[in-house]
Every structure is written in structure tokens, then in C-alpha cells.
Ligand binder design. Structure first.
Ligand SMILES: Cc1ncc(COP(=O)(O)O)c(C=O)c1O
Length: 379
């Protein structure tokens, strides 16, 4: 029997009753599943990259590609599902959806499968084919849209139409993550750095997509009253760069989407996302795509495994900071992130033909163990 109310809000009320009845079933059981996964997860390793050309400066790289879903977005996907469950927004029988450049979607699809929740990813059609394959293997539905389509708006609209739970990484990343601790990425980095004898790194360097990672790290550093500075490594002329420069010049920026597009997936947004917290960032270093790709290849040569383009962006920014420190006679450590697995980009960033179709040169192959002076120059 269908019940109706005079105010016409029957659907919403029924949804509310349904939610109350289902809470113990989906909520408790799913939260237990997520808690068990978090407890069982091994922390991602901290790698070192020797910089003989920089006496007294040490570089550490936290390998987030070691998560079961291959990227730093593993932590975020867990938090977004938990946030949706604890807010009563995800109920039994309901599917979930999100907008992504791929990494978040893969992690969300993995958790969705664990929770037996059907999952849809809305992504640009230019997303690396390796990511789309991984998603389909995880049973996710992929909605691929043209460059003129706003993935977040599209995901929100499909969620409303099909009664799906919109996980909303761009809207919620910065608040779904517990920035004070709970083994977030900042707490893990600082703990591991302390174990390596560097309790107070000079810099932490990360990229920004949703802004969730930089917000979590920046807030944690302030919460712990640390002297460590936070640098965001950005593709040249991204929206965050425009916003940052405008703020530094005391100007107001209208936040209109910028025209420059990057081939580095996950970062270099064309508009300022709501989760990017400018006030906790100490510096932004711009890195052009050619330099990101050259440093991505340098990582492969140095570490013997492939990482994605944003890891190259991070390395390039680390070296800019290391050069500045060396010029000033400063000593200390810099720590950054290896964000995702390079295998996902076999047909794009690691393919010479694809690069030349984008107007980008293939970086020169260099012998493993190349001296630091030969690391590509990001300037
Ligand atoms: C693949 C990838 N996606 C996304 C991001 C951005 O992280 P966030 O969305 O937390 O700002 C990064 C950061 O470096 C990244 O490498």
C-alpha cells in the first residue's frame, strides 16, 4: 500500500522510515566491515631517494601506491563510505556514485564491492584506459563524459534521478577525513619520519585535486604545532595557482574555470574545488607537464617501479625546494607522496606515441642510478 501525505512529501517520508528500519542492518554491518579493513591494512612504506648533490638534505617518498587499490585515494574512499553511512545517506539496496578522474573511483568501487553496493563512476572520456579496465573488473559502471561536461554536476544529477548515494569526493573529502589523527595520511607520515630520525621535516609536498590531502596535512601540522611547511605541487596555471597568486597579490579572483588543461590526472583542476583550504598551504610550486613526465620517468629509473604523473609533479616540486634550501645553506628533510601506480598509464603517459599526439616529447631514457645532477630540471 502506498501512503500519501497532504504536503506531497510521501516519497521523502517513506525514504526516512525505510532508512530508520534499515540502519541497524546496513549501517552496523558495513561500519564493521570498514573498520576491519582499516585495522587489517598495512601502512604504506616510506621510501628514500638519495640526493648526493644536496648535502644535508634528505628526500623521503611515502608510497601510497602500495594500498590494495593502488593509490592515495584508498584512505579517502573508506572515509567517504563511512561518512555516507554515519550520515544515514547510504541505505540497504541503494547504489553509490561519484565523479572522479579514476583513482578515487577505483578505490570507491573496491569498497563498494566489499559492501555489496553497486557503484557508478562519472569520469572524463580521456581517463587512462588502464583505470577504466580496473573499474570494470571491479564491477563498476563507467559513465564517460566529454571535456565540456562537469563530472560532479553529472554525478549529482544521476544520483537524484536514480536515487543513488552521491559520495561527492569534491564536496566532502576535506570533511570526511579525520584530520586530527585516526591514522590519516599526515599522522602516518609524521610517525614514519620520526622513526627515521626526522620528527620535524622541513617540507611536506603533495598535489591537490579535491584539496582533501593538502587540507588534512596542513591542519594536522598546525594541530600538532609543527614547524613543517606544506607545499602544493601544481600543474602550471591550474585554478589553484590562479587563486593562490590572486590572494598573494591581495586581489579577489572570480574563480572562473581556467582554460589550461593538464595531462596529469587527479591534480591541476580547472576550477577551485570547495575542499581546497588556501590558509593551510605555505607554498605552491608550478610544474609543467613535460617536467612532471620527465620526473615520473626518473622515479621509475631510481626506484625500479612505475608511478603516475602526479608523483613526477611532486618529485619536481621537491627538487625546486631542495635547490632553494641548498642556496640558503639550509639542511633538513623533505617528504612527499608517490600517489598512484604507473601501470595505469601504460597507454598514455608511458606511451611515446600518445605523448607526441599531445605535443609532448618522450623523456630521454637514462641509465639507472643516474647522478642527481642529471635529474631533470623542473624550472
Ligand atoms: C592520482 C591523484 N589523484 C588525486 C590527487 C589529489 O589529491 P586530493 O584529491 O586529496 O587533493 C592526487 C594528489 O597528488 C593524485 O596524485
Amino acid at each position: 500500500m502506498t501512503r500519501t501525505w497532504p504536503d506531497g512529501h510521501d516519497q521523502r517520508r517513506l525514504g526516512h522510515l525505510h532508512r530508520r528500519r534499515c540502519r541497524p542492518l546496513l549501517g552496523q554491518c558495513s561500519r564493521r566491515v570498514l573498520a576491519r579493513e582499516a585495522q587489517g591494512a598495512r601502512d604504506t612504506p616510506l621510501r628514500t631517494l638519495a640526493l648526493p648533490g644536496f648535502p644535508g638534505i634528505e628526500l623521503f617518498l611515502k608510497d601510497e601506491s602500495a594500498h590494495p587499490t593502488g593509490s592515495l585515494k584508498h584512505r579517502l574512499a573508506r572515509s567517504l563510505f563511512l561518512y555516507a553511512l554515519c550520515n544515514g545517506r547510504l541505505v540497504r539496496g541503494q547504489g553509490a556514485i561519484d565523479a572522479s578522474s579514476g583513482s578515487t573511483a577505483i578505490s570507491e568501487a573496491w569498497f563498494a564491492r566489499m559492501l555489496r553496493v553497486p557503484f557508478t563512476a562519472v569520469m572524463p572520456e580521456t581517463t587512462a584506459p588502464g583505470k577504466i579496465r580496473e573499474l570494470r573488473k571491479l564491477g563498476a559502471r563507467c559513465e564517460l563524459v566529454g571535456s565540456d561536461v562537469d563530472c560532479t554536476a553529472m554525478a549529482r544529477a544521476i544520483a537524484a534521478r536514480d536515487h543513488l548515494c552521491f559520495l561527492d569526493q569534491f564536496g566532502l573529502a576535506e570533511r570526511a577525513t579525520d584530520w586530527r589523527g585516526n591514522n590519516n595520511i599526515a599522522e602516518s607520515i609524521i610517525g614514519q619520519m620520526a622513526a627515521h630520525g626526522h620528527p620535524d621535516p622541513a617540507w611536506i609536498v603533495c598535489g591537490a585535486g579535491t584539496g582533501g590531502t593538502s587540507a588534512t596535512i596542513g591542519r594536522y601540522l598546525r594541530y600538532r604545532r609543527m614547524s613543517t611547511s606544506l607545499c602544493v605541487a601544481e600543474p602550471t596555471a591550474s585554478a589553484f595557482v590562479h587563486g593562490w597568486n590572486a590572494r598573494r597579490a591581495g586581489r579577489c579572483w572570480d574563480g572562473a574555470p581556467v582554460a589550461e588543461a593538464t595531462v596529469i590526472e587527479g591534480i591541476g583542476r580547472q576550477r577551485i574545488e570547495p575542499g581546497f583550504v588556501f590558509d593551510v598551504v605555505d607554498a605552491i610550486v608550478e610544474v609543467d607537464d613535460a617536467a612532471s613526465i620527465a620526473h615520473m620517468r626518473a622515479l621509475e629509473l631510481r626506484l625500479g617501479r612505475r608511478y603516475g604523473g602526479s608523483s613526477g609533479t611532486n618529485l619536481a616540486a621537491c627538487l625546486v625546494l631542495a635547490r632553494r634550501m641548498r642556496e640558503r645553506g639550509e639542511r633538513g628533510s623533505i617528504v612527499s607522496l608517490l600517489c598512484d601506480r604507473g601501470e595505469r598509464y601504460a597507454e598514455t603517459l608511458f606511451d611515446g606515441r600518445w605523448l607526441s599526439a599531445q605535443g609532448l616529447a618522450t623523456p630521454n631514457p637514462a641509465p639507472a642510478g643516474l647522478p642527481d645532477a642529471e635529474l631533470p630540471d623542473p624550472a
